[in-house]
Design a protein around this ligand. Sequence first.
Ligand SMILES: [Zn+2]
Length: 268
Amino acid sequence: MPRRPTSDRDCSRALWLLGLSAPVTADELTAAYRARISQAHPDRHVGSAERSEAANTLTRALNDARATVAEWIGSGRDWPVAAAHAVNGSSRPASRPPRPAEPAGPAPVCRRTGLRAGDLVRVWPYDGDARAVAGTVFASRYAPAWVVLEDGSEVPAERVRLASFACPVCGICAGPPVEHPTLRPCPECLVDLRRLERHAAEAGRVRSAIEARAQAGMATAEGLGDARMAERARDRRGWARRLRSAPPDDLHAALISAFTNAFDRWAA
Ligand SMILES: [Zn+2]
C-alpha cells in the first residue's frame, strides 16, 4: 500500500500506467495488471542489462499502481478527472495506453535528454521524416535513456536528433523543413547552461561554441532555404561576436541571461 495518502494525481497516474480509464472494477484492475506485468517481466529482457533494469523498475511501478487503484476501489472515493501525463520518468507502460486528453500546458522537459513530448526528431541515420516524441524512459540516473516515439517504438537516445527546430540562443537549426519549426534551446545550449551555472570560468569556451553553432546554423538554414532561420542564426552569431571583448563577469551574466530567458520561455 502507498505510504502517504493517495491523491487524485496518484490515482490518475496509476490508471494511466495500467492503461485503464476510470471507473475501474477489481476484475478489470487484475486483468490490466496481469497484461502489463507479463510484458514487463525481467525474464523477457535478459539480453540487455539496461532493458532488464528498466523492466524491474517498471514491475515495481506496476505493483505500486495496482496497490493505488485497489485502494481507490476499496475506498469508494470519486474517480479523478482524467488528466494527461507525459512519459518522462523512470517507468512507463509496456504498451501504449489510450491517448490521454489534451494536456493543459506544455509537457515536462526530460532532464536527461532535453526532449519533451511533441518535439520532432529524426532517427539514425537522420535522413528520414521528422517523427514526434511521446516521451523518454530510463531505468536509473546512469542507465542510457530511450526515446519513445508517437507510434510506440523506442530508440536509444543517442540515435535520435532534434529535427525541424531552431535554437533562439545559438541559432543552430535542423531540417527537414516544416511549416512551423520548433523554437527551442538546442541540447548543447541546455548543457552549456548547466555548466555555466556551476563554472563561471567556462564562459569563454561557451561563447566560442555558440559562435561556431551560429555559423553552422547559418549554413544549415541556407541549405534548407529558410530565410527566417538564416536571419536568426546570423543575429546570434553577431551577438556572440560582440561578446568576444566583454569582461568575464559581463560575459558570464550575458550568457546566463540568454540561456535562462530562452529556457524559461520554452519550458513555461
Ligand atoms: Zn543552442
